[in-house]
Write a protein that binds this ligand. Structure first.
Ligand SMILES: [Zn+2]
Length: 328
């Protein structure tokens, strides 16, 4: 796409108001270019590499690839938002700690470093927070109070309240994975016992339902195998699935009771299971509601949804959180 012809001017260049969003994960970097109305104009996918230097280099490479895909020089773009899996100081654009990216100790001044490499203003955000903002846009729920429950390696939620990302005073809003719910549960890497995340997350499901990698189709995880086996009538799988669904129902209940979000979006790797997961969580919420008129009045099963398959919500949200963008 390029603007040519006698009427073209910098003011109506195709890159006017275009922000880039990067979702930097432990294995891949997804990048999108997002237009003024939130539409995805281009996307790229690169393999990620660990260590602060390589994180910056691959991010810069993704930015250049997006500019190439748009057919526009870098300096016509409006800015960059980056979502990263770790502890982020969003105000300073610093990634403090990210085990999966090999960043710890002194942290990484990712916003400054990427601005030096690209000449563009950069914002850095926790990837679950970015995904919450992106999910609101992708699902057409702008203006709806929403929680995005990421069920991946860990368990955490991002909150969009009153049209804005709610980070909390110290950036800890939505970190419900480390709420201890079972005094006899396994010890969590955070040091507590029986955290929600230690009971229900991609890692917890992999422990509860171990699968040989060759039994999985490309892109599938143990949760796919678990829900498939349960749907096929495997009794043990059904029990594990129902336990997973009940822990997720507790997480949904926790989010709604705390901030009364209208919608809870299930996201992250486990949510790629899709409709089977949503139905299992909705059933678990219905079971809970049968015992409580109070819970029944909250209509929780109807408030749970999933991200449409394959939509890069974290990258889209990162672009919407770029400097100068409205979601910031
Ligand atoms: Zn914990």
């Amino acid at each position: 796409m390029s603007a040519t012809g006698p009427t073209s001017s910098p003011a109506d260049s195709p890159a006017e108001g275009v922000h880039l969003g990067l979702d930097i994960g432990g294995t891949k970097v997804l990048g999108v270019a997002v237009g003024p109305a939130g539409e995805v104009l281009a996307d790229v996918r690169l393999a990620s590499e660990p260590g602060p230097e390589r994180v910056v280099a691959v991010a810069a490479e993704a930015v250049r690839a997006l500019a190439d895909a748009l057919g526009t020089p870098l300096d016509t773009l409006a800015g960059i938002g980056v979502g990263v899996p770790g502890v982020v100081d969003a105000r300073r654009g610093v990634l403090t700690h990210a085990v999966n990216l090999g960043v710890d100790g002194e942290g990484l001044a990712l916003a400054d470093r990427l601005r030096e490499r690209t000449g563009l203003p950069v914002a850095v955000e926790n990837d679950v927070n970015a995904a919450a903002v992106g999910a609101a846009r992708v699902l057409g729920l702008d203006g709806t109070d929403l929680a995005y429950l990421s069920i991946g390696t860990g368990l955490a939620a991002g909150l969009v309240l009153g049209g804005r990302l709610h980070r909390g005073t110290r950036g800890g809003a939505g970190e419900i994975g480390h709420l201890p719910v079972d005094p006899l549960g396994p010890v969590c890497p955070c040091g507590q016992r029986g955290c929600l995340e230690a009971l229900v997350s991609g890692s917890a499901i992999a422990r509860a339902w171990p699968v040989e990698p060759e039994a999985l189709a490309p892109g599938e995880g143990p949760s796919h195998a678990l829900f498939r086996a349960a749907a096929a009538g495997d009794e043990k799988a059904g029990q594990v699935r129902d336990r997973v669904a009940d822990h997720l129902a507790a997480a949904v209940q926790l989010l709604v009771l705390t901030v009364d979000v209208d919608v809870v979006v299930l996201g992250g790797g486990v949510a790629e299971v899709g409709e089977r997961l949503r139905l299992a969580v909705a059933s678990a919420l219905s079971r809970r509601a049968r015992a409580s008129a109070f819970l029944a009045s909250l209509d929780l099963p109807a408030r749970v949804t999933t991200v449409p398959q394959g939509r890069p919500v974290a990258a889209v949200g990162a672009a919407l959180l770029a400097p100068g963008r409205e979601a910031r």
